[in-house]
Ligand binder design. Structure first.
Ligand code: GLP
Length: 264
């Protein structure tokens, strides 16, 4: 696992956007096959998306040959609701870049048959060629996508029930009322994320410090589903000084030394 530590969230977000763009450009220079990208929502990726938009507008990267799959969506929330992950993605990314509409995939939380929807999603990912890179965030309790504590590390796309903690954290988007946050969601599984050739996780601010400590230094466990990243050959966590603040001093020094040595 690689840990990229930046002074603040802004610097970390710029690093992530430029890294993703470089990966898209690298593949485009090598093959005409599409770049398959996993995407996330939440407040964390907004600055990364803003930088990607800037890069698209400046001609530094193009999403014309990118196929994207989002991680998750609430169950039963109308697509046009401002807090649906459909609305979020269009507002903060898709409406401003050149990704063809038919390349955009987001789980349908209003599907009549949610199980069939999840199975079709897994199939579509395989048919697209599998993920080149999955960009994720992390919940305060260490959840990745909506894989709450005690989700199997071998889980795949499915319907899940959100914890009360997650509904309370996300209540800020629903007028402060946890009861207004949908109780269920469709989410890719931990194994779906880890099936990607590469996984990049963003985590900024002191509220994510416990999750990062558990994921990086704790045992690999369903208690903190981000810890599944320990078993991935190309996992990177992009963090800031606040979110890395709970790891041991020696771990922190090690991550800094590795990055300094590799950038020499
Ligand atoms: C939700 C999403 C996760 C996201 C998390 C953190 O639970 N399902 O994918 O990582 O929120 O959100 P934020 O970035 O707002 O802290």
């Amino acid at each position: 696992m690689k840990i990229i530590i930046r002074d603040n969230a802004k610097q970390g977000s710029l690093w992530a956007a430029r890294y993703i763009a470089s990966k898209i450009n690298e593949k485009a220079a090598r093959t005409s096959e599409p770049f398959v990208l996993g995407l996330c929502t939440g407040s964390t990726p907004i600055d990364t998306y803003a930088e990607l938009i800037r890069m698209v507008k400046a001609g530094e990267v193009s999403f014309k040959n990118v196929i994207s799959f989002n991680m998750d969506e609430y169950v039963g929330l109308p697509v046009e609701h401002p807090e649906s992950y459909h609305s979020f993605m269009h507002r903060y990314l898709f409406d401003h870049i050149d990704e063809p509409a038919e390349n955009i995939h987001i789980l349908d939380g209003n599907a009549a048959d949610t199980e069939a929807e999840c199975a079709a999603y897994e199939k579509a990912i395989v048919e697209a060629g599998g993920f080149d890179l999955f960009l994720g965030g992390v919940g305060e309790d260490g959840h990745i996508a909506f894989n709450e504590p005690f989700s199997s590390l071998s889980s795949r796309t499915r319907v899940v029930t959100l914890t009360q903690d997650t509904r309370e954290v996300n209540a800020r988007f629903f007028g402060g009322n946890p009861e207004a946050v949908p109780a269920q969601a469709l989410t890719v599984g931990v194994a779906t994320v880890l099936s990607s050739k590469e996984v990049v996780i963003l985590a900024f601010g002191s509220k994510k410090a416990r999750a990062l400590r558990d994921a990086i230094e704790g045992p690999m466990s369903h208690y903190c589903t981000l810890s599944g990243l320990q078993n991935h050959p190309a996992g990177t966590i992009v963090c800031d000084e606040a979110s890395i603040g709970e790891v041991k001093v020696n771990s922190y020094r090690y991550f800094k030394a590795v990055e300094a040595a590799e950038s020499r």
